[in-house]
Design a protein around this ligand. Structure first.
Ligand code: AMP
Ligand code: MN
Ligand code: MN
Ligand code: MN
Length: 287
């Protein structure tokens, strides 16, 4: 089997992924993934379809989500796994995130308009595609409106941190987000730690606060990361007493750098976070 049998960070058309949940499951299963989680941004709308498709494909799919949070004024993504999707704490979080995504999308549109880009038109296109617009939806809309040659360029020019349409969002704190996942019976993991522009010392403060709030792990094997980034994520987990996780952050089969399941192995000294999952034991060994 090539690649990794575990991929716990995947997106579908329920947020900013390109494949619908069934097509995503077929795609990851064909690449040898045996334990997966669909982790769309602030929504669990795709989980029922993914779970049914995984059953049909003979692979295991645990409940998942990528929650937007804020820490010291910065956006941080927290993955939640194996939680009860019906838990009251998760229900309240989902309702709040829905409202916060909408109000942030309106702020993004207003900022783009002020910068003489078609923000309102982009918002309308984004809302035609999803009830929870992400910056990816704005980037696609701006490209469709002819503001940039393609969505990645639109993202870099208009939506990246420091650009005219950038809005962090009024997300819950990292601690509140972790507490919600734990109260819902799940395990919390810091997503793609190498992508936050923090010094190693400050990143460790994040990891320590995260663990003290009840956080379980760190994404150590991440899609597209180089060896230096892997070592940094591993060191964060070890120094903060956190477990390890593995996820590609796959969105789009046309993007070559982070296909599902192409992930470095975790060192055997690091406990994998998926050992906590209530999934069948045979499914939780990494290839
Ligand atoms: P949001 O949660 O609305 O801030 O959107 C974040 C999403 O934008 C991420 O999950 C990625 O899918 C996408 N994204 C982040 N950075 C970039 C980038 N530099 N270029 C293109 N897409 C990006
Ligand atoms: Mn995304
Ligand atoms: Mn993310
Ligand atoms: Mn993601």
């Amino acid at each position: 089997m090539s690649g990794s049998a575990v991929d716990l960070h995947l997106h579908s058309t329920a947020s900013d992924g390109r494949l619908d949940p069934s097509a995503l499951v077929a795609h990851v299963a064909a690449r040898g993934v045996r334990l997966m989680s669909l982790t769309d941004h602030d929504t669990i709308a795709g989980l029922a379809e993914a779970s049914a498709a995984a059953d049909a494909a003979g692979i295991t799919c645990v409940t998942g989500i990528e929650l937007s949070a804020v820490w010291r004024g910065r956006g941080i993504h927290i993955l939640g796994y194996d939680f009860d999707p019906e838990a009251p704490a998760m229900g309240a979080m989902l309702a709040g995130q829905h409202d916060r995504r909408l109000s942030r999308a309106r702020q993004i549109a207003a900022r783009l308009d002020r910068a003489r880009a078609p923000g309102q038109a982009a918002l309308e296109l984004a809302l035609a595609a999803t009830p929870l617009p992400t910056r990816t939806h704005f980037a696609r809309a701006l490209a469709e409106l002819g503001v940039a040659p393609d969505a990645p360029t639109a993202f870099e020019q208009w939506l990246a941190r420091g650009r005219p349409g950038y809005v962090t969002g009024e997300w819950p704190t990292v601690a509140a987000t972790v507490e919600c996942i734990v109260a819902s019976g799940g395990a919390a993991v810091i997503a793609h730690p190498h992508r936050y522009t923090l010094s190693n010392g400050v990143r460790r403060e994040l990891g320590t606060e995260f663990r003290e709030a009840g956080g379980a792990g760190v994404e150590v094997a991440t899609g597209g990361a180089n060896a230096t980034q892997f070592d940094m994520c591993l060191s964060l987990a070890v120094r903060c007493g956190l477990e390890g996780s593995a996820g590609s952050d796959f969105h789009d089969p046309a993007v070559p750098w982070n296909p599902p399941g192409r992930l470095a192995k975790l060192p055997t000294s690091l406990r994998p976070v998926w050992r906590r999952f209530r999934a069948p034991a045979g499914c939780i060994e990494q290839a």
